[in-house]
Design a protein around this ligand. Structure first.
Ligand code: FPP
Length: 245
């Protein structure tokens, strides 16, 4: 009450728990993903309203192909439907969308839908919304290294690798949230989350509402981010968060 909150510039989310949410209600798992999409829509809006500048979500991992065929096709259909239904609204809200991941395995129709959505929203600046689809942190590091090797002659440094990563257009996430109660990173943003604050929620993703996001941000605002330094080396403003906690 009355204390200033530090809103993270970049929030990244592992939206876990859709399947369990559906199963608890005797619904097919895909119904959980549909509800998850509703929650994601509200989350994008809330992030924009709060002044978060970048939101990155894990929508389909490189490993999700191993799920039952009907769930994989359900997620592909959800993506295709979301492209036509959601993009005009994102455009109206000033959201710039990026798809991050290996597109080579996606159908030609979906690939051109992704490219169109990116082109349509390319001039927006209120919120950058990265949807990681057929993404894995190891895939990203590997494709970045392969790019540098193919170019030849370029020194491999942290900077050159960072610039070849699929998320090179945004700064690293300040806060990584995982819902669904599991305490792991599951091949999400392995490189970029090196210094991110991690927040785990027991809520299943379909239950993660605006109040839950506010709670995660309030928790983040009390953390002291040291980036390898000592507490004493930090600027007074960075220490103030800790004191306020
Ligand atoms: C993890 O929950 C969630 C996913 C694999 C999919 C996330 C997708 C959405 C929230 C919808 C947005 C989709 C698009 C296409 C933009 P889980 O299925 O692993 O849940 P469980 O741990 O309870 O089984």
């Amino acid at each position: 009450m009355g204390t200033a909150r530090t809103v993270p510039h970049h929030i990244a989310i592992v939206m876990d728990g859709n399947g369990r949410w559906a199963t608890k209600r005797f619904l097919p798992r895909v119904a959980g993903h549909k509800k998850g999409l509703d929650v994601l829509r509200a989350c994008v809006r809330h992030c924009g309203d709060l002044g978060v500048k970048v939101l990155t979500v894990f929508a389909f991992s490189s490993e999700n192909w191993n799920r039952p065929a009907d769930e994989v096709s359900g997620l592909m259909e959800l993506l295709a439907a979301a492209l036509s239904r959601e993009v005009p609204q994102l455009q109206a809200e000033g959201v710039r969308i990026h798809f991050v991941g290996d597109r080579s395995a996606l159908s030609e129709k979906v690939r051109s839908g992704l490219a169109q959505a990116e082109a349509l929203t390319a001039g927006n600046h209120r919120l950058v919304f990265n949807v990681c689809f057929n993404y894995g942190g190891r895939w990203d590091i590997t494709q970045a290294a392969a790019q540098l090797a193919a170019r030849g002659g370029e020194a491999i440094t942290e900077l050159s690798l960072s610039r070849a990563m699929a998320l090179a257009h945004v700064p690293d996430p300040d806060l990584v949230i995982r819902t669904g109660g599991e305490l792991r990173i599951s091949n999400f943003l392995l490189w970029q989350a090196a210094y991110s604050e991690l927040y785990f929620s027991d809520k299943l993703w379909p239950e993660f509402d605006a109040a839950a996001l506010d709670k995660a941000i309030a928790d983040y605002s009390r953390r002291e981010r040291r980036f390898g330094r000592t507490s004493e080396q930090l600027a007074p403003s960075a220490r103030a968060n800790r004191k306020a906690a």
